[in-house]
Design a binder for this molecule. Structure first.
Ligand code: HAM
Length: 487
């Protein structure tokens, strides 16, 4: 008999946490979605306002993309990538950032032959194996904008504005931190000067900075350790090392920011943690985050990246990404209200025949497209259904019972005013549209004043007290009538 080969499954190291989320990752529950939805809405609107088109790139990419793109000596590549070798022997990573992927797509699809710049908008999850702490997750979300194929400083300024606008539109006050790290050539000179300066102070540096001095000296400037922070005060300044072209470019960016009256700070200590940047770099700090411990977003120019990843030489580009997790946390911290979408119409039913009719009617209402609808057909009790409708704060409820099935009518209840009227079943969609138009105009709908109405109008009071007074489910139209005027 042929022997079956059973692949051995390795026992997981941790057993206690097997059934919870992976460290540094979390669920975003339905009750929190409204914040995320609002952030996505604003990001999408900004992308439209400035003509950035949506791109989705895969979550898995070849490791090489980020090793070359982000830089082999960055924290991200050195220690934070979720990487593995797949069944085919390929070395893959869960993308730790979006820019390299977008550039890969630009090159792979020959977009350099399109009108430049090509402007991309994206949004989705990223993965970095960082030490989890407040505002730092191993799976986090960004939305971002990348403009490839243009070096005009107006583009840098406009991108800076877009990030700031997105925060401002969400009600978050932020200050832009802006700097220029020049091109490769002027940066080399600056790095030498930095190493020279820090070598004389190496004993005072933290271990991490000592390590970084030889490999990535710029990162010494954004160390958060107190000792290193005080040393940087006397360190050489990048702006003194910019060549004329880089200096002019930066002065123009700043000129536009002034003209736009944006709140910015020239911060010579922001250097960004990714190697692909050239010239303009920037971050957004919440107004109360004076040390920039939890930047809400950041970006900059990356004129060399396209060539590094195999694209045409001298393809300039600029972009930014905003951290959605931190933005949502800030909205909650500041009690920023998110306008909740109110459902227009709830369909309630009582009795089996009515339920069947209501289900068919619901499909027609849903397809009509002029109003949003909801229901709870899994409930038989009218009282329960109206409680649900009330909790959802729907604008109108349609109630159908056996009597209505018999005489071809339906009860339309204005949930705000508590007014009910009986309308012809065949006129539902027209009647609803009419009422919703008035409702959305902000008019107080007084159905009793509606002279044209041939409908039977009844007044009633507060719905929750009526629901309270309803007896439990009786499949009888009398129960609906109790809704009206049991006072
Ligand atoms: P980044 O500064 O690494 O830049 O990330 C941008 C934003 O993502 C950060 O400011 C932060 O709000 C958020 N973020 C980063 N890591 C985490 C984390 N572990 N947990 C929560 N939020 C996080 C980039 O990713 C560049 N690709 C931006 C860019 C686009 N540059 C040019 N184009």
């Amino acid at each position: 008999m042929e022997k079956k080969v059973v692949k051995e499954i390795k026992k997981p190291k941790k057993t206690k946490r097997d059934l919870s989320t992976v460290t540094g990752m979390r669920d975003i529950l339905p009750q929190d979605q409204k914040y995320w939805e609002r952030v996505r809405e604003v990001a999408k609107q900004i992308s439209k306002d400035y003509d950035y088109e949506r791109i989705d790139t895969p979550i898995l990419e070849y490791s090489e993309l980020f090793v070359r793109g982000v830089g082999s000596q960055t924290d991200i590549v050195e220690k934070e990538m979720f990487s593995f070798v797949d069944q085919g022997g390929d070395s893959l990573v869960l993308r730790p950032e979006g820019t390299a992927s977008v550039v890969r797509a630009y090159i792979q699809h020959g977009l350099l032959n399109h009108t430049q710049p090509v402007k991309f908008f994206y949004e989705g999850p990223l993965f970095r194996h960082e030490k989890p702490q407040s505002g730092r997750y191993r799976q986090f979300f960004q939305f971002g904008f990348e403009a490839i194929g243009e070096d005009n400083p107006a583009l840098d300024a406009q991108l800076i504005l877009m990030g700031w606008n997105s925060l401002n539109d969400l009600g978050i006050e932020s200050v832009i931190q802006v700097n220029s790290i020049g091109c490769k050539e002027c940066r080399e000179e600056y790095k030498k000067a930095l190493v020279k300066y820090y070598k004389t102070k190496s004993k005072l540096l933290c271990e991490n900075c000592k390590n970084k001095m030889g490999r990535n000296p710029l990162r010494l400037l954004d160390c958060k350790e107190e000792g290193c922070r005080s040393l940087r005060e006397d360190s050489p300044q990048i702006l003194d090392y910019l060549d004329d072209a880089c200096k002019n470019h930066f002065m123009k960016v700043i000129g536009y920011l002034d003209e736009l009256d944006l709140p910015y700070v020239l911060n010579p200590y922001i250097v960004r943690g990714l190697d692909y940047y050239t010239r303009t770099i920037f971050e957004y700090w919440a107004i109360d985050d004076v040390e920039g411990k939890n930047a809400l977003g950041g970006g900059g120019r990356y004129d060399g990246l396209i060539k590094i990843l195999g694209g045409r030489e001298e393809t300039p580009a600029c972009g930014l990404a905003m951290g959605m997790d931190r933005i949502v946390a800030k909205m909650r911290e500041k009690n920023i209200e998110v306008p909740e979408e109110r459902i227009d119409v709830f369909v309630a039913q009582l009795g089996d025949a009515a339920k069947k009719k209501a289900m068919v009617m619901y499909e027609n209402l849903r397809k009509n497209g002029s109003f949003t609808v909801s229901q709870a057909f899994h409930k038989d009790s009218l009282k329960k259904q109206l409680e649900i409708a009330n909790k959802m704060r729907v604008k109108f409820t349609l109630i159908i019972g056996q009597k209505e099935v018999g005489d071809g009518t339906i009860m339309l209840r204005d949930m705000q005013g508590g007014v009910q009227e009986v309308i012809d079943f065949n006129k539902i969609e027209r009647e609803l549209k009419k009422r919703l138009e008035k409702y959305n105009e902000g008019a107080v709908i007084d159905l009793t004043q509606n002279e044209e109405s041939e409908n039977k109008i009844e007044m009633s009071g507060n719905i929750s007290s009526e629901i309270e007074s309803l007896e439990d489910q009786k499949e009888d139209i009398e129960e609906i009538e109790k809704l009206d005027l049991e006072k």
